[in-house]
Every structure is written in structure tokens, then in C-alpha cells.
Design a protein around this ligand. Structure first.
Ligand code: 5CA
Length: 441
């Protein structure tokens, strides 16, 4: 993509309405634009990141055996009356009437609808277990939408729903999602610590939140430092191996970790040595729930068990804040100059800077590399605008692409360009004909 032809409305100054760094940077780099309180348009740079996050989430859900569907954003109220949540959900639910005066709502979550879909589609234990998920916009009329996409009113969520015939099978479904979450967040460069949590309006018996540490997080967190030294990359396990999956969950729940809602100071002091006690703040990027029969009972979701008798289905639900993650990753990865995108979610991998736009030789060298990188499938943003080098460096640092390739007349004379790593700041002179080989798609 040529920057001269792109849509990236950079703001020169920090927007006043933004309180936290991720919100500031998302507005400054033209990733999003606010349309109403807690509601944003995703502009090209922001949308690219959102789609990358969505792709990782989708790949890891699929890998764990979950199956993708897509349910509507607007739901009829009937099913919610059956579960008893139509009134219980309160003012956070956006209620709408259609032209026939029927009660509708903009879905804040989908337990009722998916349970009904499953009930109609599956009658026997032979067609279980199943885990169905979708990635869909939600609306919650939050009292205090704030911090940009972190606490929006309209936001993108991945929500998965598991259906099992027994409690043990339901536990395995829960454990699989737990491991899938560790894998998902690790791929985005995040350590999201699983913590015991309150279940709130979603309900259920067992629940874990996954929290990324950040000073600006909305939850207070207390945990054992040992978490941070664990091996966060070793979950390449067979999801059908019940014991192996349970072992990972055991390891990641063996140490103390709780949000302020569940925190028990006496237990914290008893279980965690003084030097290992960490208290701080975190951003909740995922939340998983085990329900037992909380939803299947009121919605009449039963199947025929192996013994021929009808049995109520055991279910769970599993959410990831896909749009919140965009802000969460920036909170966890930035410096004074701007964003530092982890490669797997970066909007482009390489930023190519032409130091002398209008100079035919520099332009030719840049275009050659630009085209070769694109042909190889490497995503590159080419700053071909006529601007001062200093201003171009500042923009490139601000938008935080992992690599910068800087080409100017001086280096060209010696057949070299400069390659800069945004994260480490390390710079290296590289022969022009070696540049493309440096990057893979
Ligand atoms: N049905 C369950 C699980 S599928 C559910 O809705 N869980 S939740 O309420 O915990 O939401 C799941 C995730 O969505 C949260 O962990 C959080 O990352 C994200 N989320 C929740 N509310 C908001 C919001 N207002 N803005 C942005 N993200 C949100």
C-alpha cells in the first residue's frame, strides 16, 4: 500500500477526550473514529489489526474443535423471557420494537439463542459433544463507556458455547477452551493470566477471567509472580487427550491468582511468599463460564443419553473481547514514540520509507523493493509522500510497524538501505539485494 493513496488520518496532537494511552494512540494514528459514546468506526489501519486478531482467535477456536456459526445481532425477546434474563439484564440491554410492536433486543450475548439452536439440531448423545462459536458485534448500554474500544457499547466478541452430555465431558470442554485461550493470547504476544472470577449477569458455577497486566486495567489483580516465569508456549497438545488438557489447566490454576472481586487477602499471604506477591491492575480480555444446566433447564434443552433416558445438557460459554484486544495489546506494547505492534497482529509488517520522494533513483529503488515484497506476500506500507525525513520517521514510529526499511540517496550510492527494528530500535545497513530475503510472508 502506498501511503500517498491510503486513508490514515493522523492527528498531530493528543486528543483531549482520551484518558489512556491506547485510546490516545488509536485516535492519533487514525485507527478508529468515535461515532457516539462507546461506538467506533474502524478505519483502515484499525480494521486491519482487528481482522488479524479475529483470524488468530478463529484459528485457535477451530483447532480446539469448535465450529463457527453466525447469529444475528438483533434478537427476539421471547427466548430471553424464557430464561428469565429479559428483565434481569436491566438497562444494559438495548431494547427495540419492530414495526409489529414485537419486542426485540440488540444482543449483549447469545446463550439463549444458541441453546435453542442446539436443542433443535441435536437430540442424542451420539451427536455430542459440540462447541459452537461466532464472532459478532454485541451491544451493551454500559453506564460508563470509556477508554475507547476497551469499554465500548458496541464491541466485537468471540463467544463460544459448549454442549455436553455429562458433567465430566463438560469439564473437558471447559478445559479445552482454557488451553485454547492460553494459545490464542500467547500468539498475540500477550501473557493473559487466568484468574478465578465472579460470574455476574452471565451466571454459572465456575469461571475464569484472562487478564493482561496493565496499569490502566479496570480490574485489580493479585497473583503469584511465578505465573510470569511459566512456559507460556508449551501447549502444543492433543485436545482429545483429556488428561493432558487437564494437566495444563491444573498447572495454570495451581498458583494464587484472583481479581479484586474474588481476592482473599489471608489466603494470598498464606499461599504466596512475600517476594512473589504481585498486586496491580489488569485488562480482562477473556472470560469463560461453566453453567451446568443453568440455561438448558429453563430452555428445555435435553438429549437422549446412552441409557435411553432424557438428560439435561451441560453447557458453558466462552468469551473473548476481540475489539478490546486491539487496545489491550497497545497498552501492553508501546513506548514514548508510539505503538509497537507484535508481528502477528501488525497492520503491515514493513514500513518502507523513501527519504527523497521525487528523486528518480530513490523512487526506483523503493518501488523495486516495494513490489518484490508485495509479490512475496509481505505486507508493506510504502511512505512515498513528499515530506521531511524527520516527520516520516515520527509517523512510522507512531504507527508501530515491526520493521522499517529506510532508503535514501546516500545509502543508495553504496547499494545499501537501513533496516530498523521498531521494538529494539536496532538499526542495520543491509545490501539492497538482500532486503527482500530478510522478510517472509
Ligand atoms: N457470554 C459470555 C461468554 S461468551 C460473556 O458475554 N462474557 S463476558 O461478559 O465476560 O464478555 C466476554 C468478553 O467480552 C470479556 O472478557 C471482555 O473481554 C469483552 N467485553 C465485555 N464487555 C465489553 C465492553 N463493554 N467493551 C469491550 N469488550 C467487552
Amino acid at each position: 500500500m502506498r501511503l500517498s493513496q491510503y486513508f490514515m488520518p493522523i492527528l498531530r496532537d493528543d486528543p483531549k477526550e482520551a484518558e489512556i494511552i491506547s485510546h490516545k494512540l488509536m485516535l492519533r494514528t487514525g485507527m478508529i473514529r468515535q461515532e457516539a459514546a462507546g461506538s467506533y468506526s474502524w478505519l483502515p489501519m484499525g480494521y486491519r489489526v482487528l481482522r488479524k486478531i479475529e483470524k488468530i482467535v478463529r484459528e485457535e477456536q477451530d483447532r480446539s474443535g469448535a465450529i463457527e456459526v453466525l447469529m444475528p445481532t438483533i434478537q427476539p425477546a421471547d427466548l430471553w423471557r424464557k430464561s428469565g434474563r429479559y428483565d434481569a439484564y436491566g438497562k444494559e440491554m438495548l431494547r427495540i420494537k419492530d414495526r409489529h410492536d414485537r419486542d426485540m433486543l440488540y444482543g449483549p450475548t447469545n446463550e439463549e439463542m444458541i441453546t435453542d439452536i442446539f436443542r433443535q439440531g441435536v437430540q442424542s448423545y451420539k451427536d455430542m459433544p459440540r462447541n459452537l462459536y461466532h464472532i459478532q458485534w454485541k451491544f451493551r448500554d454500559e453506564v460508563r463507556p470509556r477508554f475507547g474500544v476497551m469499554r465500548g457499547r458496541e464491541f466485537l466478541m468471540k463467544d463460544a458455547y459448549s454442549f455436553d452430555v455429562s458433567r465430566e465431558a463438560g469439564q473437558h470442554a471447559y478445559n479445552k477452551m482454557f488451553v485454547a485461550y492460553l494459545r490464542t493470547f500467547a500468539r498475540m504476544g500477550l501473557k493473559a493470566v487466568p484468574m478465578r472470577a465472579e460470574t455476574g449477569p452471565i451466571g454459572g458455577d465456575d469461571s475464569h477471567e484472562f487478564l493482561v497486566l496493565a496499569e490502566t486495567g479496570e480490574s485489580g489483580v493479585f497473583f503469584d509472580r511465578a505465573f510470569l516465569d511459566m512456559d507460556w508456549s508449551a501447549f502444543d497438545i492433543d485436545y482429545d487427550d483429556v488428561a493432558a488438557v487437564a494437566k495444563v489447566v491444573d498447572t495454570f490454576t495451581s498458583k494464587y491468582a484472583a481479581t479484586d472481586e474474588k481476592h482473599d487477602a489471608a489466603e494470598f499471604e498464606k499461599r504466596v511468599p512475600d517476594a512473589a506477591r504481585v498486586s496491580g491492575r489488569g485488562i480482562e480480555v477473556g472470560h469463560i463460564f461453566f453453567f451446568g444446566t443453568k440455561y438448558s433447564a429453563p430452555l428445555g434443552c435435553e438429549v437422549q443419553g446412552a441409557d435411553g433416558k432424557k438428560v439435561l445438557v451441560q453447557s458453558g460459554s466462552y468469551g473473548i473481547g476481540v475489539s478490546r484486544l486491539v487496545g489491550g495489546i497497545i497498552e501492553a506494547s508501546h513506548d514514548d514514540a508510539g505503538i509497537i505492534w507484535p508481528e502477528p497482529v501488525a497492520p503491515f509488517k514493513v514500513g518502507l520509507i523513501n527519504l527523497k520522494a521525487g528523486d528518480p533513483e530513490t523512487e526506483a529503488a523503493c518501488v523495486h523493493i516495494y513490489k518484490a515484497l508485495e509479490a512475496k506476500g509481505v505486507e508493506v506500507l510504502y511512505d512515498d509522500r513528499d515530506d521531511r525525513p524527520g516527520a516520516k520517521f515520527a509517523v512510522m514510529d507512531l504507527i508501530g510497524l515491526p520493521w522499517q526499511v529506510i532508503i535514501g540517496p546516500r545509502g543508495l550510492k553504496d547499494g545499501i538501505a537501513e533496516v530498523k527494528n521498531r521494538k529494539t530500535g536496532a538499526r542495520e545497513n543491509v545490501a539492497l539485494d538482500q532486503i527482500v530475503a530478510r522478510f517472509s510472508a
